[in-house]
Design a protein around this ligand. Sequence first.
Ligand SMILES: [Zn+2]
Length: 401
Amino acid sequence: MVVMPGGIDIHSHIAGPKVNAGRIMRPEDHYKIFMRMVLGVRRSGTGRTTPSTNMIGYKYARMGWTTVFEPATPPLETRHTHEELDDIPILDKGCFPLLDSNWFVLDYLQNKEYEKCATFIGWIMDAIKGYAVKIVDPGVAEAWGWGRGVGLCLDDPIPGYNLTPKEIVRSLCKVNSMLKLPHPIHVHCNRLGFPGNYTCTIDTMDAVSDLGLNVDFPVIHITHVQFTGYAGDSWATLRSGGEEIAKYVNNHKHVSIDLGQVIFGDSTTMTADAPFEFVLHHLAPGKWTSADVEAETSSGIVPYKYKKKNLVNTVQWCIGLEVALLVKDPWRIFPTTDHPNAGPFTSYPTVLSWLISKKAREKMFEQVNRRGLRRTALPAIDREYDLQLYQPLTENMTFMK
Ligand SMILES: [Zn+2]
């Protein structure tokens, strides 16, 4: 038993228009979990993957987490995000405005007017009380507005602009350091959810490696790396790219990452990466919401179920843990489930059990898809996190052929 001194969740979708749309679109999620009101002590609430505002506060606090960041808010609708954040009890909260497809930002970046871009973003942060710059599949919402953007790569042109996703990432990284914001650019990589995307993730990290040379803190944060850690060239040949990502992080100090660890069971995926949700809706037919915020960003929501016996879901489950266990520096890697995308935040104690106990992982190995398991390095990893500050791995880290 461990008393958490105050956990910080760097990436959890807890407030704002898409979270609320997710609640409305999934009444079935709210039949399953109910919290009783206790007069004078707590309010009532419902929901597992898209819980009521107050339940979010109670359930995080119960696990020892005290600070949570909503990682994707459209500036024009952030007033709503704050209304919900204000309604969440106990926790400290913040939010990251979506800026990679904002027309003003794109105009400034295209003209290489970095000072003006910094001034504009400084104004946005002040006007809507944002905490960090969020980049989602850079430029994708603009491409999606033209019916394109599915599988947008780092060097593809953004329709209507003389810009590529790589230029957006590099430029916003520069602007971020000009503004001295307290968190690096928070990046959801291009090609999220596509087999073979781990190379795009490494290229994204590498695109700003020179900008992190003279500082001793990360200049880029790659979020829910599990969703962008896929090797193979189709769903049939999918395997883990986690080992390669971990190697890059171990060799480069300018990067921090979080997991997006998969939890088997029901989830509600929600992201500003609207074309990905369009693709997912065709892979998992059922409910789908797609929305566009004028001249700023887009979003999509699709309910999804992760199954233990499914090959792809098993590989996904392994990647998060594999990266967490192979990255040597625990200060640059954060346990998240990208709530509610890969699973609900209420499963964090289970995630921690997998990180601190090989036995707990082996118990899962017996239940998951065997073929999927063989496509990852996870079964070969012995590391167990403990309460020591730093536990070095052996130097010889090649687990995969
Ligand atoms: Zn997310």
